[in-house]
Ligand binder design. Structure first.
Ligand code: 13P
Length: 253
């Protein structure tokens, strides 16, 4: 068993209104034993809820994060949010390069890398997402696509303490489909190897999350795989009971 602290992170995507605070209150209510078992918990709501939920979770085991940030610290960029603003609102982490942003907003590896530099400047934990499409997997390119994204999206400043990678195969997101355990192990082992080659001993501290249709009923199998240090959970992170069940499966490893 590794010494890395597992992380269960929830990505709420474009979901959540002020009333969602009640769900987070329920999460706080069940988080104690999970945190005591050494599992880190993070919820990444839409930007509009960061300050509210950061205030709510202060003193609890649940941290709050953003879902994106601009690379620049401030300026005339209407609608964009700097990493420093996420910190100011109470965020401790940020998700970067999610496949939905890569697809919806044309984010390239170079853009994701610049955003990760911005997050570093602001002192945020960076969760960089990688993952192949169905067509890429069918073409036998899953490992090479992830290797390229890892090489080009992760900045040289990455450390074990401030970089998390989330492997999220695009075809597994929101579909109820997941890779086989063997396929997850193959990708995570490849990622660990590439990070070791590039970052040496720092790579041992970098947490590798799996994401894509993680649910209470598959969490235990996935979270017990080698080099899986937690999960990035979409739909199931919107409900306290599901999120806590997944995190509980992690605590029980
Ligand atoms: O994209 C995801 C998390 O970032 C995964 O979403 P689902 O868990 O809803 O498949």
């Amino acid at each position: 068993m590794s010494t890395r602290r597992p992380l269960i992170a929830g990505n709420w995507k474009m979901n959540g209104l002020a009333a969602s605070a009640a769900e987070v209150e329920r999460m706080i209510g069940g988080a104690g034993p999970i945190a005591s078992a050494g599992v880190d918990l993070l919820i990444c709501p839409p930007a509009t809820l960061i300050a509210r939920l950061a205030a709510l979770t202060t003193g609890s085991p649940i941290a709050i994060g953003g879902q994106d940030c601009d690379p620049r610290p401030n300026g005339a960029h209407t609608g964009d949010i700097a990493a420093e603003m996420l910190v100011d609102a109470g965020a401790a982490a940020v998700i970067l390069g999610h496949s939905e942003r890569r697809a919806d907003h044309g984010e390239t590896d170079a853009v994701v890398r610049a955003k990760a530099e911005g997050a570093h400047r602001a002192g945020l934990l960076r969760i960089v997402c990688v993952g192949e499409t169905q067509a890429e997997r069918d073409a036998g390119q899953a490992v090479s696509v992830v290797a390229r994204q890892l090489a080009e999206s992760v900045p040289d400043t990455a450390t074990g303490a401030d970089l998390v990678i989330a492997y999220e195969p695009v075809w597994a997101i929101g579909t109820g489909l997941t890779p086989t355990p063997e396929d997850i192990v193959e990708i995570h082992a490849a990622m660990r190897g590439l990070l070791r080659t590039r970052f040496g001993a720092e790579a041992e501290g970098m947490r590798l999350l799996y994401g894509g249709s993680v649910k209470p009923d598959n969490a235990a199998v996935i979270l017990n795989l080698p080099d899986v240090d937690g999960a990035l959970v979409g739909g199931a992170s919107l409900k306290a009971t599901d999120f806590l069940a997944i995190a509980g499966a992690c605590a029980g490893r």
